[in-house]
Structure formats: structure tokens, C-alpha cells
Design a protein around this ligand. Structure first.
Ligand code: SPV
Ligand code: MN
Length: 628
């Protein structure tokens, strides 16, 4: 260790902390800590290596500091974020780019030099009078080709507590990987707090991602998506590295779908936030590996995936005992759960939008003291909980956790699913013709109606390639090309599907119930193994009525009618054609270096749609196609 670094660390750390840090044979880690502890200037530093005592210390500190409060059920706590800090702040989140680098207009970037000056000014001395934590984690399973060691500095016990639940501890990974290893670094300060212990200076909220040094800065915010370093912040660093090394970092769940005779087929699935990703990963009868972020690598012609995390930062809106029995149970059993931005009653009970039972007349929520009918400064009624309210828990506390969650090899992927919030175009489930058709027409041109997971307007249709646009740190065109290339040289590429849980009829009513998706996954599982036939449409392959009828009966004990099928799987030619026009315009105007294959695939799809329209008209019932 350099003399100057050692001096700083000696001054800043306790003897135990110093020893823990010195044990890691990585001078770049030592330099990083010295540099940032000097800048932030905390009164004291706690170095956690994830021992049971460390975990308990951080849990207790969150309570002591008032960042979390105990609830009635043992182990449950509540944390509030500021009323204006309830989602990811896209505007103030930026990839730092040196002059002359252009990632295209869809990716928020900041000039690196001036952003670093700005953030250093904001962060200088920001921890005076406070304590800091230094924590070590690992992205992906430990002892694995996927493992990426990480270090987090934060002054938030809530952030450290959340990370202790959500990620595998990584101190040993730093020891194992030795001096030359690449690691990610996260520096967070919640800044000054108000009387509710929420971040006060939201006008100085910044989330800056520096690809050059693998450092993410986050300040004056507490909302998990802006602060939990290993979640969406690490994703931008990982996407950048993956793009150079031929693997993928995706906004994807990983689940085991259980087929006939105990067969388990693993799927990944990409959905924008608040579009059913967690509820899919949690489907009853299936097993969960992850609900948010996956790394995918190729080995021996197969695709392997791991969950980057080991916990869930799940949306709690709409969770009820009938549709979500497993989550319901976990949220009502003793054990470690952090709720955020839900309603809390005087008795320490929580309530959220769409929970079973009556809404309590009053309590405390993200807006402070709350009562039914309370309005905000614009006269808008404040719901009992925020639509993006969350719960944090360990996957190990769920009944349906997949036994291979921590497998360092990962699991072989049989199917990849893309889904968005689409009220009028795509049918509930459809298989693509092949890898390229799938990546382009199911992933790259995915659109979704916006939700409360990010700050801003809700319900606007937005293009969101692979549901990953918010997290890209490389140009979109290149990202799509990398996805296309990933499919090359595979023995039996995963099949690519699209699902749509949000299709509506002309009267604006949803055409499917929440649990119908159980059937779509069983169907896809059978398709992966070639055990059911499909009907070809201009946009892909859809299920046959007879197969779905059997599955609906067996899985949901529901009599699925031909009328329902025909309405749900009707091919909507005008809507598909409009979609192609919309996304083509986006690619032509906003995306540099769009792979030529994308325009070709869209043109081929447009031609097929026109041919079918010629033969069958604008709206084609799948029955017509069978009798072809
Ligand atoms: C999402 O919004 O996609 C989430 C939660 O998974 S956040 O951590 O905010 O990204
Ligand atoms: Mn997410």
C-alpha cells in the first residue's frame, strides 16, 4: 500500500476496519477508499465484511437513526423516501462521457469533466457529522465466471441494510480474485435529511455513472433505484463491460418453468418496470431464480444465466392473497422485510393499493400523515401508498425459490420472453420465427406504456428496446447488434417469445386475468421441447386453441372458450403496421448505427402483414388461419 494511502486509512478506519481492508490484496481498492473517505469526510467509518454481527449492526443502526421503523410483525420495518423521491430520476441520471463521445439521443449523458467537478463539489464534506459504511458484495453467484466484486460506500443504513438482503456478500470474492481483478465502486450519500429522515436537497440529486473508472456516484436521494449501487447503477457498468466481452447484462427475471414429468426448463424474461416481471417470476407452481437482472453467457453452444441478485426489491401495488399467494405469505410472516412508501397504521400494520381488505382511514405514508381523501398541493388525491411502493426481502424466504439460485454455473436457458404494457397490438403470447426475428421484433422494437416506476407522466407509449433502454451505457444500435451476435454459434438457441398481459378490448377492458399467464408459460415450455404445434401468423407463431383449452382446464380449472381465444389472438394488422411505422421512424431519427438486419426484418414483417391483409382483411381471427 502506498504510504499516503495507508496514512489516510489509518486515520479514517478503526483498527478492525483497517485490518479488514488491508487483507484485501488490491491496491486500487485501498486507493479508492482513501480518496473517497477524504472527500466525503465522515466522522466514523464502519467496514462490514458481512459477518452476522455486521449485518445486525447495520440493521440496528437503521432503526436507531430513524431511517427505518419497526412494524408489528417481527423483522419487518418501514422506510420512507421523500415525497419527490419515489422513483428513478431519469433526468438526473447520466452516463459520463468524455468530449466527442456520443451515445445517441435516447441515452442520458453528461459531460464527464464538468459532471465530475459538479459531483465532487456536492459530495465534498457531505458526511461530516455522520457515519459511513464500507461494504463488500458480489454481483452474480460467488466462485463463478459471472462474479463481479463490488464495494459500496454509503452513509445510509437503509441502503446498506437493503444491500445486505439483496446481494451476496463479496469480501471473500475480493480475496479470491486477487490484486488484478476488476471491481465496481459505488459512492452514495443521502445528503441532508429532513425531520422525516428523508433526503432534503432533491434539487441537488445526481446519479452519475463513470465508465472510465467503474465508479457510480449517487447523492441527495434515497429511493432504491437511485441508490442501491448493485442494482440499476451497477447495471450500466456491467452492460458496458459485457458489450466488450461478448456476454449480456439484461433487465430480466430468471425462472424455472415446470413441464411434464418433473422437467424444469429455465426462462429469462425482460419487462419494463411495473409490467408484471416480479409476478411472472413468482408464478405459483414454478420456481424463481430472480426477478430483475440477469447475466447471460455462452458456453459450449448453450446460453447460461444467473441472477445478479439474491433478493427482491418488488413492487407491492396490487399484491393480494388470491393472485399472489407466495408473496402474500412472505409479506405476512416474521422475517426480514423492508417495506417502503406504503401506508402504516398506528398499530404498525401496512396497507397498499390493491391489498385485500378495507383501506385504513388514516395512517402515515410517503406523504406524511395521511387520511382517505387527502390531496396534494395540485389538488390530486394521494393514494394510500405510492404506486411504486416496494418491499425488500431475500429470495431464500420464499417457498418457491429455485434450488439452483446460487449455482456458479448458472442455468441453461430454453426460452427468452419479452413483454410490455400494450393495450392494442400484440396477442397474449407468441413465438418468434428464429433468434434474429425474436431479438428484432420481440425485443428491439418493444414498446410499453409508461408507469410510476420512473418520475414523470404515466400511460404514454414509449419505445423500450429489451426493456433495457433506461440502463444502457452503449449506443442502442450497438446493443442490438450485440444481442443479434449473441445468437450466433449456438447449438439450439433459446426460443424467443413475446407476451402481453395488458391487451384490452375496444371498451378498454383487459382481455385476460392476471393468472392467465400461468398458461402462457406452460405453453412456451412445451414449445421449447417441440411438444405442441403452433399457427403461423405474419408476426410469429401462436398457440392452437385446442392446446390452450387443455392447459386452461388443467392449470386454472377454467373453461376457455373459443370466443375468448379468437378475441385474444386476433391478428391486428393495422396496429402492427402502425407500430412498424412508429419504430422505424425512431430508428431512422434517433439511433445511429442501427443494424441493417433490423430494417430488413421490419420490412419483411410489413410485407407479410400486407399479404395477410390482402387475403383476410384487417382483423384476422386465428380460426381463419387454421382453415387455410
Ligand atoms: C425497476 O424500476 O425496474 C426496478 C426498481 O426494478 S428500480 O430499482 O427502481 O430500478
Ligand atoms: Mn427493474
Amino acid at each position: 500500500m502506498e504510504r499516503a494511502t495507508e496514512e489516510i486509512l489509518k486515520q479514517r478506519l478503526s483498527s478492525q476496519g483497517l485490518e479488514r481492508v488491508k487483507n484485501i490484496p488490491n491496491p486500487r481498492l485501498h486507493d479508492f477508499l482513501a480518496r473517497f473517505l477524504e472527500l466525503l469526510n465522515p466522522d466514523r467509518v464502519y467496514v462490514s465484511i458481512g459477518t452476522p454481527e455486521d449485518l445486525e449492526y447495520i440493521r440496528n443502526k437503521a432503526l436507531e437513526n430513524g431511517e427505518e421503523r419497526k412494524l408489528a410483525i417481527p423483522g419487518h420495518t418501514i422506510h420512507f423516501d421523500n415525497y419527490g423521491d419515489q422513483g428513478r430520476d431519469k433526468k438526473n441520471t447520466g452516463i459520463l462521457v468524455p468530449k466527442g463521445v456520443d451515445l445517441g439521443p435516447s441515452i442520458e449523458t453528461k459531460d464527464r469533466d464538468s459532471a465530475l467537478l459538479d459531483i465532487q463539489k456536492i459530495m465534498k464534506g457531505i458526511m461530516v457529522g455522520k457515519g459511513a459504511y464500507v461494504c463488500f458484495y458480489c454481483l452474480g453467484p460467488t466462485n463463478s465466471a459471472f462474479s463481479i466484486p463490488c464495494v459500496q460506500i454509503t452513509d445510509s443504513s437503509y441502503v446498506a441494510h437493503s444491500e445486505n438482503i439483496l446481494y451476496r456478500q463479496g469480501y471473500n470474492e475480493f480475496l479470491r480474485q486477487g490484486p488484478d481483478t476488476r471491481f465496481f465502486k459505488f459512492v452514495h450519500s443521502q445528503g441532508e435529511l429532513d425531520e422525516r429522515k428523508t433526503s432534503k436537497n432533491l434539487d441537488k440529486r445526481r446519479i452519475y455513472i463513470d465508465l472510465e473508472e467503474d465508479i457510480v456516484y449517487s447523492v441527495n436521494t434515497q429511493y432504491g433505484g437511485n441508490t442501491i449501487g448493485l442494482k440499476k447503477l451497477a447495471m450500466r457498468l456491467a452492460i458496458y463491460h459485457a458489450s466488450q466481452e461478448g456476454w449480456l447484462t439484461e433487465h430480466m427475471l430468471v425462472m424455472g418453468v415446470h413441464g411434464p414429468e418433473n422437467r424444469v426448463t429455465y426462462f429469462t424474461g425482460a419487462f419494463p418496470s411495473l409490467c408484471g416481471k416480479t409476478s411472472t417470476a413468482m408464478l405459483e407452481g414454478e420456481t424463481i431464480l430472480g426477478d430483475d437482472i440477469a447475466y447471460l453467457r455462452k458456453k459450449n453452444g448453450l446460453v447460461y444465466a444467473v441472477n445478479v441478485e439474491q433478493g427482491m426489491f418488488g413492487i407491492i401495488q396490487g399484491i393480494n392473497s388470491k393472485d399472489d399467494p407466495i408473496q402474500w405469505k412472505a409479506l405476512h410472516s416474521p422475517g426480514e422485510v423492508i417495506f417502503s412508501n406504503v401506508l402504516v397504521t398506528e398499530e404498525g400494520k401496512v396497507h397498499w393499493i390493491g391489498k385485500d381488505g378495507e383501506v385504513p382511514p388514516r395512517g402515515e405514508n410517503h406523504s406524511g400523515e395521511w387520511w382517505i381523501g387527502k390531496t396534494d398541493t395540485n389538488g390530486k388525491e394521494i393514494p394510500c401508498s405510492h404506486p411504486n411502493a416496494r418491499f425488500t426481502l431475500s429470495l431464500s424466504s420464499l417457498d418457491n425459490v429455485d434450488p439452483r439460485l446460487h449455482d456458479p454455473e448458472g442455468v441453461v436457458i430454453g426460452g427468452i420472453v419479452y413483454g410490455g404494457r400494450d393495450s392494442d397490438t400484440s396477442c397474449p403470447v407468441e413465438e418468434s420465427f428464429d433468434w434474429e426475428h425474436g431479438i428484432i421484433t420481440k425485443g428491439a422494437i418493444l414498446e410499453s406504456e409508461t408507469t410510476a416506476a420512473t418520475l414523470g407522466q404515466v400511460g404514454v407509449r414509449e419505445w423500450n428496446p429489451m426493456s433495457n433502454l433506461d440502463f444502457l451505457s452503449i449506443p442502442v444500435g450497438r446493443y442490438i447488434q450485440i444481442n443479434l451476435d449473441f445468437g450466433k454459434g449456438l447449438k439450439n438457441p433459446p426460443r424467443i417469445f413475446a407476451v402481453n398481459y395488458f391487451l384490452k378490448n375496444r371498451n378498454g377492458q383487459y382481455l385476460n386475468e392476471k393468472n392467465d399467464k400461468k398458461v402462457w408459460y406452460k405453453w412456451m415450455e412445451l414449445r421449447v421441447h417441440g411438444e405442441v404445434d403452433a399457427i403461423e401468423t405474419p408476426t410469429g407463431r401462436i398457440p392452437k386453441y385446442e392446446d390452450l383449452k387443455v392447459l386452461f382446464k388443467r392449470i386454472l380449472n377454467k373453461d376457455y372458450s373459443r370466443e375468448e381465444y379468437n378475441e385474444q389472438f386476433m391478428v391486428r394488422i393495422p396496429e402492427h403496421l402502425s407500430k412498424i411505422e412508429r419504430v422505424k421512424t425512431i430508428f431512422e431519427s434517433k439511433v445511429k448505427d442501427t443494424p441493417p438486419a433490423l430494417f430488413e426484418a421490419l420490412e419483411a414483417q410489413r410485407k407479410r402483414l400486407l399479404e395477410y391483409r390482402e387475403k383476410y382483411g384487417d382483423y384476422i381471427s386465428p380460426d381463419q388461419l387454421i382453415s387455410r
